[in-house]
Design a binder for this molecule. Structure first.
Ligand SMILES: C[S@@+](CC[C@H](N)C(=O)[O-])C[C@H]1O[C@@H](n2cnc3c(N)ncnc32)[C@H](O)[C@@H]1O
Length: 318
């Protein structure tokens, strides 16, 4: 039986528009946006996942990025660059990017995330190794952000070229549709660096294991608590791979009458299942397609079998 109780308020965009957006998502798409999990104390929950030694997905994506950066760096010699790191989280990968390009080739390093506290960690991370680097944190909800304005703001007072990073963030790419929404705002000389775990036949359980970790379960429970759904039994979470759409998906299955509450009051019956998570998992064959169908061309890419992940540097198609 799943119990409900009143939820803590959202921050820093608790505002009615976020509440309305989540309500609409529940009613129209039967989903709760994962982003609500990262707000407030959720940032500590994510930080615990990122530093969990059993979270090998994070380590493999980071290893893929590190293996790819020397090659990507050669393609990015025509600096200086603005970097726009989307969904930077605690910025674990940011120092590797700075070292690969060289701090003097970076005009400004913009970190964008929905969580102000994760941005503080990412900023500290960057400043520790590179105190003179110009780091600009920007709290944005990338589901609704005006990407054209973001891209223009960054160039104003910065360099004429921007490298966008969407690394270790297959969920943000899928849920915020950034791989579709970003290409139209890229200038001719801008680039996108993307990493993702690849789907492999027979490795389904291995792929899902990272999401079944207790540290990760706390993130999904937090997401549910944001709409006052608490005491969710483990077997109510359904982890699976949607082969047709190349996604890892997590749903909450309703086993008992379930209502959600809002901090301000209303109680509504929920649909079932409720979609909690979607994250890209292309096969090796589909990896290039992910970019081609959105108007990008691959400048260079690696698909190391050891890490079972892929990385690509992309440019807009002329
Ligand atoms: C899976 S974490 C990845 C973070 C980082 N790459 C890492 O490995 O630590 C996802 C990040 O995206 C951020 N995020 C999720 N949805 C977002 C949204 N709609 N807008 C902005 N940031 C978002 C979260 O706050 C979190 O920091």
């Amino acid at each position: 039986m799943i119990a409900t109780h009143s939820a803590p308020p959202f921050e820093p965009r608790p505002a009615r528009d976020l509440r309305d957006e989540v309500l609409r998502a529940l009613h129209e798409r039967h989903s709760i946006p994962l982003k609500v999990a990262y707000l407030g104390e959720g940032s500590q929950i994510w930080n615990a996942v990122a530093s969990d030694p059993d979270y090998d997905l994070g380590q493999r994506e980071l290893a893929t990025l590190r293996a790819f950066l020397p090659e990507a760096g050669r393609e990015l010699r025509d600096g200086p660059w603005n970097i726009v790191h989307l969904g930077s989280g605690n910025g674990i990968e940011a120092p590797f990017v700075v070292e690969a390009l060289g701090p003097s080739a970076i005009s400004r390093y913009v970190i964008v995330d929905i969580s102000a506290s994760l941005l503080s960690l990412a900023r500290a991370h960057l400043k520790k190794g590179h105190p003179h680097l110009r780091v600009s944190p920007r709290v944005e909800d990338l589901d609704v952000a005006n990407l054209a304005r973001l891209a223009a703001d960054v160039k104003r007072g910065g360099a004429p070229r921007t490298l966008f990073l969407l690394v270790a963030n297959g969920a943000l790419a899928a849920e915020s549709r950034l791989l579709e929404r970003l290409p139209p705002v890229l200038g001719r000389d801008d680039r996108l660096l993307f990493t993702v775990e690849l789907f492999e036949e027979g490795r389904e359980e291995e792929i899902l294991r990272s999401y079944r970790l207790p540290s990760m379960a706390r993130l999904f429970r937090r997401q549910l608590r944001q709409v006052a759904i608490a005491a969710v039994p483990d077997d109510a979470l359904h982890f699976y791979i949607d082969r047709e759409r190349h996604l890892v998906r997590i749903d909450l299955l309703r086993r008992a009458p379930l209502h959600y509450l809002w901090p301000l009051g209303s109680v509504e019956p929920t649909p079932s299942p409720i979609h909690l998570f979607r994250s890209f998992r292309p096969t090796r064959q589909h990896f290039p397609e992910l970019f081609l169908r959105t108007g990008l061309r691959i400048v260079t890419a690696v698909l190391p079998s050891a890490t079972r992940c892929g990385a690509a540097l992309c440019a807009p198609r002329a």
